[in-house]
Design a protein around this ligand. Structure first.
Ligand code: UDP
Ligand code: LCN
Length: 807
């Protein structure tokens, strides 16, 4: 099972002060002994880090070579298992890389272990040896991506499209004839709204195309640069070209010149630029089934938060971008963006019971809803949690087809799946319709719930992770490309595993062993950060844009001494700066952690109030077990720390105008926004607060640590360390210079790095490159598609059906 090799990161014996492998091995064994002394057998990354810190604090030679080598070896280590006297560790020799080693007590060298053997040992922990050694299902996606470009440099991770463009343009060097032929076919196949664009069907060869380009350019040279495209259509058509190349003589000439360059001497950036400019997408379908998807009165309800904000803003931004692109290309057509979600008949006063709804602030963006139906065809009347949606998705996908086709009078050019359920549905639709599928992640549950893979059976009745993680594997592996909001989501950091990376190697004892789930180094991963609506989230000093009546009413309702309707908590000193947080009452959001940090800091209790906004603050008003538990815990802590004179907890569902204004009102009072999540994929509230000029203290786990440059545009801190988290808040509340610095830099940071305009542009460029990639069929997806089908029919579907039969 184990072959004996020295691990590469192990220093070899030398005289220059580097640790010898013997010294490292000795130290590792001693560290494992301290782990064994705890009586536990399984340690995850966070525990390993803490145990290592405490182990090292007892060592004499803190800066010695063996200790440095041990730290290096265990840096980012994902898990350690103790099997009797033998220790197994999943090391991370680099971002996105895994190396499994085992350290038997009598070993003279660290031994490496292969993935299959390691997962067997892992399952043995739960199932015992006899059960675990029976042959089970191995899930391994790696063979299907063997020829897919991979990123080697960690800094390139999440820039997949650049690698695809490189591979595509390299084909010109390898075989110019084939490249030109394929590119011509690609252009000739294009249609928008049923009309041919770009290149006419009677251009048969690349030579003809190049000749046509030359002739048209010569004609355009003699025409006024700003001559409009409709006067030039005859010239184009008589040479075999169609509309779509530009809106004036000048832009058509420039784009045709770029096309000629791509056909003759393509380089990756030219190819990418040309593909970005081509009008390949007219209709986009976004799929986001779970939660309450509506434009008003829903944010903060269970399962309803950033994904809704994101999809709506993304839809508007894409429509805006496509509209401008069509104008630039000289096409007189309008883009359509549809958001497909679940129709909830018991809509609780929201618009979730409506079949069709126009999206505000856009011209042709619509929400289309289809209900969930059970196996007898009955419509499900009530909201159900995202952990229960699985039995209904297949029918939902089927039912949605007609609705979407009717809206679009055809099929979409691009489908964007959102989260696990949205991507499963997107996969089924994209496969049937043969269109590009881009997957937005939003959140991966595996990293949020400790041991959700190993001990899945214990959590199954509440969470159905066996179905959920299978849906993740199917939805994301079938997608053409995956869009994440932060680097941490993909490859983590030097010391922490990325959320996507955490699906690469895991097992669910008794279900399957995943030897390769998602390889974060595949060039399918792209980081495209979202933005914050500039209409609603602007700095507090922009007084002329603010609505005084809304400001006044928020101050009265939220920051006056006595609580108003729906609020609890008196404010003895209402003028104090507020420490503000706003989140769903989800366990991972860790509102109780913030109450604890605040309650434990005398300074904060004296110098600031605590303002919490969530959609509920009364457990009897909730139907969600996690939400109820979080509300109760928060109330208990307010009581324990006796905070009733300095905490205001508002239960409200603010509209976007009010949401922007509440951040600004808190900024007016020199408050701070706190985001204490135990894990956060991205964290839109952080961007919103910063855009409004409100300084932030944010969790070090996940996206917020990337949004905020600590010490520059806010402070990143560990929310589990209550005293430190409180100290970070104190440092800002108590110092006006620091406050001003973070407020100004926060506004600048959002302006520079988080904009929906850039998001739409980058996303659609990736989609266009993948449309060409699929046309060229570099990957030959057939085998992958069949594998996905097999898993769908043998694992996903029976488990999803059993779920509804059991209820
Ligand atoms: N939000 C809100 N009211 C609430 C909680 C959240 O309006 O009570 C909004 C918030 O303004 C943001 C989104 O919901 O736009 C939350 O997004 P984020 O990415 O921070 O967290 P998520 O809820 O998606 O985990
Ligand atoms: C889901 C989350 O949990 C957040 O961290 C993200 O900001 C949101 O989706 C939007 O992607």
């Amino acid at each position: 099972m184990a072959e004996s090799t020295a691990i590469p990161s192990t220093p070899s014996k030398n005289a220059s002060g580097t640790a010898s492998s013997d010294a490292l091995l000795h130290l590792l064994k001693r560290f494992c002994l301290t782990l064994r002394a705890t009586g536990e057998t399984f340690f995850l990354a966070d525990q390993i880090r803490k145990r290592l810190e405490s182990f090292l604090s007892g060592e004499e030679d803190q800066s010695g070579a063996p200790i440095r080598a041990l730290k290096r070896t265990l840096r980012g280590c994902g898990e350690i298992m103790l099997d009797g006297e033998t220790a197994y560790a999943v090391l991370r020799p680099g971002v996105g890389l895994k190396e499994i080693v085992c350290i038997p007590p009598a070993a003279e060298e660290i031994e490496s272990v292969d993935r299959g053997a390691y997962l067997l040992v892992r399952d043995t922990f739960v199932q015992g040896h006899e059960e675990a050694s029976k042959r089970g299902l191995i899930v391994d996606f790696s063979p299907f991506f063997r020829d897919f470009p991979k990123v080697n440099e960690p800094s390139d991770m999440g820039d997949g499209v650049a690698f695809l463009s490189r591979r595509l343009s390299a084909q010109l060097q390898q075989d110019p004839t084939v490249f030109r032929r394929r590119f011509l076919d690609f252009l000739r196949d294009r249609q928008l709204g049923g009309l041919p664009i770009l290149v006419g069907s009677h251009v048969d060869t690349p030579e003809q195309l190049l000749k046509a380009i030359g002739t048209v350019r010569a004609v355009l040279d003699e025409i006024e640069a700003d001559a409009p495209y409709n006067e030039l259509l005859d010239v184009l058509r008589s040479n075999g070209l169609e509309a779509g190349w530009g809106n004036s003589a000048k832009s058509i000439a420039a784009n045709l010149s770029l096309l000629a360059q791509v056909m003759n001497s393509s380089g990756p950036s030219r190819l990418e630029t040309l593909l970005e400019r081509l009008p390949l997408i007219q209709s986009v379908l976004m799929v986001s089934p779970h939660g309450w998807f509506a434009q008003e009165g829903v944010l903060g309800k269970p399962d309803t938060g950033g994904q809704v904000t994101y999809v709506l803003d993304q839809a508007r931004a894409m429509e805006h971008y496509l509209r401008a692109q069509f104008l630039d290309c000289g096409l007189d057509i309008a883009p359509t963006v549809l958001i497909l979600t679940r129709l909830i008949p018991s809509a609780e006063g929201t618009s979730c019971g409506t079949r069709r709804e126009k999206v505000f602030g856009a011209q042709n963006v619509w929400i289309v809803r289809a209900p969930f139906r059970d196996s007898s065809g009955e419509v499900l009347p009530d909201w159900i949690s995202r952990f229960q949606v699985w039995p209904y998705l297949e029918q939902f996908a089927e039912d949605s087809k007609a609705a979407v086709a009717e809206e679009l009078m055809g099929t979409p050019d691009l489908i964007i799946g959102n989260y696990s359920d949205g991507n499963l549905v997107a996969h089924r639709l994209a496969e049937d319709w043969g269109c590009t599928h881009g997957a937005c992640v939003h959140a991966l549950e595996k990293t949020k719930y400790l041991f959700s893979d190993l001990h899945w059976q214990d959590m199954e009745s509440d969470y159905n992770f066996s179905i959920h993680f299978t849906a993740d594997l199917l939805g994301y592996n079938s997608a053409d490309f995956i869009v994440s909001s932060s680097y941490r989501e993909v490859g983590g950091s030097a010391t922490e595993m990325g959320m996507i990376e955490s699906y690469e190697l895991f097992s669910m004892p008794g279900l399957y062993r995943v030897q390769s789930g998602f390889d974060p180094r595949l060039a399918r991963h792209n980081i495209v950060p979202p933005g914050a609506s500039e209409e609603h989230f602007f700095p507090n000093h922009a007084q002329d844009r603010r609505v005084p009546a809304i400001k006044k009413s928020l101050v009265k309702r939220y920051l006056s001494a006595e609580p108003g309707e729906g609020s609890i908590g008196r404010l003895d000193n209402p003028k104090l700066p507020p420490i503000f947080t706003m989140a769903r009452m989800d366990r991972i959001k860790n509102i109780p952690g913030l109450v604890e940090a605040y309650g434990r800091s005398e300074t904060l209790c004296q110098q600031a109030n605590l303002l919490i906004v969530s959609s509920v603050n009364d457990p009897s008003q909730s139907q969600d077990h996690e939400e109820i538990a979080e509300i109760q815990r928060t109330l208990e802590l307010i009581e324990t720390y006796n905070l009733w004179g300095s905490v205001r907890w508002v239960a409200a569902r603010l509209d976007k105008v009010e949401t922007g204004e509440i951040y600004r009102v808190v900024a007016d009072r020199r408050g701070v926004f706190a985001q204490p999540a135990l894990m956060e994929t991205f964290g839109l509230t952080v961007v919103e607060a910063m855009a409004c000029g409100l300084p932030v203290v944010v969790t070090c786990y996940g996206g917020p640590a990337e949004i905020v440059i600590t010490g520059e545009s806010g402070i990143v801190q560990d929310p589990n360390d209550h005293l430190r988290f409180a100290a970070a808040l104190e440092a800002i509340v108590g110092d006006d210079v620091v406050w001003q610095k973070y407020a100004a830099n926060g506004i600048q940071r959002v302006h520079d790095a988080f904009s929906w305009g850039s998001h739409a542009r980058k996303f659609l460029r990736i989609a266009n490159v993948h449309a060409y990639w699929n046309h060229v069929d570099v990957m030959n997806r057939q085998a992958l598609d069949r594998y996905i089908h097999t898993l769908y029919h043998t694992v996903y579907r029976p488990r999803a059906r059993a779920l509804v039969e059991a209820s």
